[in-house]
Ligand binder design. Structure first.
Ligand SMILES: [Zn+2]
Length: 59
């Protein structure tokens, strides 16, 4: 099963917003990211992804 996550903060708190001209858009409730690009990963890989995000923030 795949889950949708925010490419910025890794939150799964993503909401779909229908766009008009720009097409489909997503909004992250956690960091406020808005865009058409989101990440879709396997649920089992999510924990690993969170570690990656955490590591990146420490650089
Ligand atoms: Zn976010």
């Amino acid at each position: 099963m795949k889950i949708q996550i925010c490419p910025v903060c890794g939150s799964t708190d993503i909401y779909y917003e229908a766009g008009m001209i720009t097409g489909e858009k997503y909004k992250c409730n956690n960091c406020g990211y808005v865009g058409s690009f989101i990440l879709e990963i396997e649920e089992k890989d999510y924990e690993e992804f969170l570690k990656t995000i955490k590591n990146n923030q420490h650089k």
